[in-house]
Unconditional design. Structure first.
Length: 181
């Protein structure tokens, strides 16, 4: 957050625990026509996603996926009619033109995640959002957190801070390239 603020990004934070987000799909949401969110918090999250240019997820990996509350966020917020719609049986993404960044931690090794598990954790998140139109993803993965030292954790935080600063530089670079064309 400090890196994003220093780079003068406008930020909206979805802290699912602080917001007391309910990750459970109601029967109405599951089988209904779900064109517009009825839950005011889901509606706010959707408005924030429309506003955002870059969507950043920061979370610990649990059993090769996001925590259940974050999975529930995807299930409820990325509803048909908002994040995608169907036309003649085909999914039409509605969140195009956005970038994504995933910062996630693991207790497992990099080899276990990327080779033995075929990068399932990252692929699942990216494919979910690609379905909705967010195709440009960057990743910062931190492995073996449970075995890390205080110094290693400080180093990781410094690297994430620098990553936040570079996001602004990438935006400036893209803008200049667009002006040249």
């Amino acid at each position: 957050i400090k890196g994003l603020q220093q780079a003068k990004h406008q930020i909206k934070i979805h802290d699912l625990y602080r917001d007391k987000f309910n990750p459970l799909l109601s029967k109405e949401e599951l089988i209904g026509t779900r064109k517009i969110a009825k839950d005011p918090l889901v509606k706010q999250y959707q408005e924030d996603l429309l506003w955002a240019k870059i969507i950043i997820f920061i979370y610990p990996t649990w059993w090769y996926g996001p925590p259940a509350i974050l999975k529930g966020y995807f299930d409820r917020v990325l509803e048909p009619g908002f994040a995608h719609e169907y036309l003649n049986g085909q999914a039409i993404p509605k969140l195009r033109g956005k970038k994504g960044l995933v910062i996630h931690t693991f207790d497992s090794t990099e080899e276990m995640e990327k080779i033995q598990c075929e990068d399932t954790t990252f692929k699942t998140l990216v494919n979910t959002w690609k379905y909705c139109g967010v195709k440009n993803w960057q990743r910062y993965a931190i492995f073996r957190v449970v075995f890390s030292t205080k110094e290693q954790r400080k180093q990781w935080l410094a690297e994430v801070f620098q990553l936040a600063l570079t996001l602004k530089e990438e935006e400036k670079k893209k803008k200049k390239e667009g002006e040249k064309e």
